[in-house]
Design a protein around this ligand. Structure first.
Ligand code: ADP
Ligand code: MG
Length: 462
């Protein structure tokens, strides 16, 4: 693919335009980073090779490289970009370590590819149990399900296919089912955004980006789960954008999942969002009662045939379980498993009362939810630093999460209003009351708010 890119761009870009004046770039580093940082770090970076869209820069040591990458990479990229618009990434080569060493032999390269491959395969095997046959259709997921199947029949027609929905609603299941369906005839890559980042960082550290790129760009079906994970991670997004474009260029089918629609992703580059939204976006909603009941019934049949036993749950009990679990199918299945485990241990047909007392245990976990935990989960969920969330600043992006955290602290712990106030940087209990009222009202009026609260709750109870 890289070869193609170069070819394509050579038509448009003359040789002169391609050449960076490194001295000019260095001068701009000096200006923008200040003399001290410049002398200690940036001055020592040399230009090794220049391509249309990326540079290879030389640095003296591994430590030096890690330091630069972790602190200055985004800013360096931005600076160099002002000289070379077509640039979108930078790679580093450690000069002293590679000097005197032998060049990579072919065998080494092959080994490296296998190494990436092995470590990815170890973590990203498709799960044979998450297939289309055992994915139950309901109103909340029928569109997502139907397009997941269509994608398998007409590759590249819906490209990318983007599946979004809250925690535990079946996104990974669908992605996995698509992968299973296509695997026999295609080169399928199935990876979570988190693993993608892990390999990205590892490859930077090992100076092994070439193999990283090759590996991911080889796939004809590229499935990436939980893309929201990339928020705020600029260099990762850069690399992803590049991979995405290469794959699209060569006609690979891309399937993506996330916890929200592309345009609602925060701290993801605009151009990536519009790329993500450029195919078909389908969403999975929270399940209705009918779907929940069907899932319970199907699970019971599965377990019965797997363990050759009878599971006797009457309709009232099934209804009760379905009603209790509001937010996610993962939670629903968790509860069902508990109920079944209980009935096995006691070897009896469960009554409604048994069922209620088991579930009380499940929901009593609420007691172990602490204010600390709520604060951590909420700040993570909205991707804001905890210190900012607790600070006195009043901007909406901080104030809302803060109010949500107070609201949940009131609802999910036994703490009193003044106690909660104290835990939120010594606020007054009237502030807590106000927060509880505001969020109660909003969660009744605003679907988005309701969804957020439900998702945070299930994260807290996970
Ligand atoms: P997500 O990736 O959206 O967080 P998962 O795909 O991991 O959710 O689903 C959570 C659990 O619920 C999995 O065990 C999955 O198999 C199950 N599940 C979700 N939706 C369905 C469905 N429609 N039919 C059967 N099982 C489902
Ligand atoms: Mg998932």
């Amino acid at each position: 693919m890289d070869k193609n890119n170069t070819k394509k761009q050579n038509v448009y870009v003359s040789e002169e335009e391609k050449t960076l004046n490194w001295e000019d770039v260095q001068n701009s580093f000096k200006k923008s980073f200040g003399n001290e940082i410049y002398v200690s770090w940036l001055q020592k970076i040399s230009l090794i090779k220049e391509y249309n869209d990326y540079l290879i820069l030389g640095v003296p040591t591994r430590f030096f490289r890690d330091w630069i990458v972790s602190r200055y990479l985004d800013k360096i990229l931005e600076q160099v970009k002002s000289f070379k618009l077509s640039l979108n990434r930078i790679e580093f080569k450690i000069i002293e370590e590679s000097r005197g060493g032998t060049n990579l032999s072919k065998i080494d390269e092959i080994n490296k590819v296998t190494e990436i491959k092995d470590s990815i395969l170890n973590y990203n095997r498709l799960n044979p149990n998450l297939n289309f046959e055992n994915f139950i259709q309901g109103k909340s997921n029928e569109i997502a399900l139907s397009y997941s199947k269509k994608v398998c029949e007409h590759l590249s027609r819906y490209n990318p296919l983007y599946i979004c929905g809250g925690v535990g609603l079946g996104k990974t299941h669908l992605l996995n089912a698509i992968g299973l369906e296509l695997q026999p005839d295609n080169n399928v890559m199935f990876i979570s955004a988190e693993r993608f980042m892990y390999h990205f960082i590892k490859s930077i550290k090992k100076n092994d980006m070439v193999n990283f790129k090759d590996f991911f760009r080889k796939s004809s079906i590229f499935i990436i789960d939980d893309i929201q994970f990339m928020r705020g991670k600029e260099s990762l997004q850069e690399e992803f954008f590049h991979t995405f474009n290469s794959l699209m260029d060569k006609g690979s089918q891309i399937i993506i999942s996330a916890d929200r629609t592309p345009m609602k992703l925060d701290r993801i580059q605009e151009r990536i969002k519009s790329r993500l939204a450029g195919g078909l976006v389908v969403d999975i909603d929270t399940p209705d009662l009918e779907l929940k009941i069907n899932i319970i019934k199907k699970k019971i049949i599965e377990i019965e045939s797997q363990f050759k036993e009878n599971i006797n749950l009457n309709d009232d009990v099934i209804n009760y379980i379905a009603n209790e679990s509001k937010t996610s199918i993962r939670e629903l299945i968790g509860i069902l498993n508990r109920v079944i485990a209980f009935s096995r241990v006691h070897n009896k047909i469960l009554t409604m009362n048994d069922c209620k007392s088991i579930l009380k245990d499940v929901f009593n976990q609420i007691k172990v939810v602490t204010v600390d935990k709520i604060q951590n989960v909420v700040s993570n969920y909205f991707n804001i630093p905890l210190s900012e969330m607790l600070s006195q600043r009043r901007s909406r992006p901080l104030a809302r999460p803060r109010q949500i955290a107070m609201f949940l602290a009131k609802k999910m712990t036994a703490r009193s209003l003044p106690e909660i106030g104290r835990r939120f940087a010594n606020r007054d209990h009237t502030t807590v009351i106000h927060a509880v009222k505001t969020i109660t009202r909003l969660s009744e009026q605003d679907d988005e708010m309701k969804k957020n609260i439900n998702q945070i709750k299930s994260l807290l109870l996970e």
